[in-house]
Design a protein around this ligand. Structure first.
Ligand code: AMP
Length: 307
């Protein structure tokens, strides 16, 4: 089953203590689509400017990502500049320019309106709602958000949440949205705002899932070196939604497997700057790390039981 995603497509400038990149392909929609394409067909709703480079159209098309819903608008493409601290779980936004996304109100294509799986990735809650309002009868609506929107468009976000089945956000954002410093209390509080499932992303410490009756936690795949955490969250969501769409239904067990696939893809994302690693990834890479991930977390593994 196919997925529709709305989110930013743009150019990122990233500084870290060990180097950086200028004007590299980024945006929540880019990372999401490059991850979800391994599992299910994905169609992107976004705006790019006249300066969006031909090789990037090609990069999406060559990876079977449906770009018919990517409007080319007169003006500059979305830009973001971020700077990571020595502790790479912490970053500052140096600058943010919505550019062609400012006031963007797309009309979805008829086949996009019939999508079963919808991901409202990080973008203004107004635009997230505008897209959701056009989807006829979605099976699953998931959304992501960011400190910028929680601080500046809180009312819009609170209007969106009752219509969302699953919300992903990072730990700092969960605290900001709920006003609770304890993450478990924050997760429970956000459940009351509407979503049935809340996934709190904790960078190198993994993911915590909250739903009414259960909690579930997975670690991040331990890496010796993290080059660039940008897009890890969107990559995580892309693989998770991809897995749900591929499964064709959603239950606790399918969600948990999806969270593991999300963590696997996110671990590849951070190994290189921008989309470099996930654009070059193969299905064999994914399966190999998936198996290793299961082994990493399986305390009843038969190989050790027999010793
Ligand atoms: P993540 O690291 O998963 O939070 O995603 C970072 C990506 O989101 C970058 O590639 C940025 O281009 C994009 N981004 C940064 N700030 C925003 C924002 N306020 N709204 C939408 N996208 C953003």
């Amino acid at each position: 089953m196919s997925i529709v995603v709305v989110g930013t497509i743009g150019y990122d400038t990233i500084d870290t203590n060990h180097g950086g990149v200028k004007e590299a392909l980024g945006g929540s929609g880019s990372f999401f689509a490059l991850a979800s394409r391994f599992f299910a067909p994905v169609s992107v709703v976004a705006a790019v400017g006249t300066d969006f480079r031909p090789e990037h159209w090609q990069l999406f098309r060559e990876r079977s990502i449906d770009v018919r819903g990517m409007a080319r608008i007169d003006g500059p493409t979305f830009r973001w500049h971020g700077r990571y601290h020595e502790d790479m779980n912490i970053r500052d936004t140096v600058s943010l320019a919505l550019n062609v996304f400012d006031g963007f109100k797309p009309d979805l294509l008829p086949d996009q309106q019939r999508a079963d799986y919808v991901f409202l990735s990080n973008i203004s809650p107004d635009l997230q709602l505008h897209v959701l309002n056009q989807i006829q009868s979605p099976k699953m609506v998931a959304a992501d958000t960011m400190n910028h929107w929680i601080a500046n468009e809180r009312a819009g976000l609170l209007k969106l949440l009752p219509r969302v089945d699953l919300l992903t956000l990072n730990d700092e954002e969960a605290r900001m949205l709920s006003g609770e410093s304890n993450l478990v209390r924050a997760g429970r509080m956000i459940l009351k705002m509407g979503p049935d499932t809340v996934l709190v992303k904790r960078g190198e410490y993994g993911v915590l899932k909250f739903s009414k009756d259960t909690m579930f936690a997975v670690p991040a795949w331990p890496l010796e070196e993290v080059i660039d955490p940008t897009g890890a969250g969107d990559t995580f969501a892309g693989a998770l939604m991809g897995w749900l769409a591929r499964s064709g239904r959603v239950n606790e067990s399918i969600l948990r497997t999806g969270i593991v696939y999300g963590s696997v893809l996110a671990s590849f994302c951070v190994e290189k700057f921008s989309v470099e690693r996930i654009a070059a990834l193969t299905w064999e890479d994914i399966e190999e790390r998936y198996r290793a991930f299961i082994e990493l977390t399986d305390s009843h593994h038969s190989r050790w039981m027999s010793q």
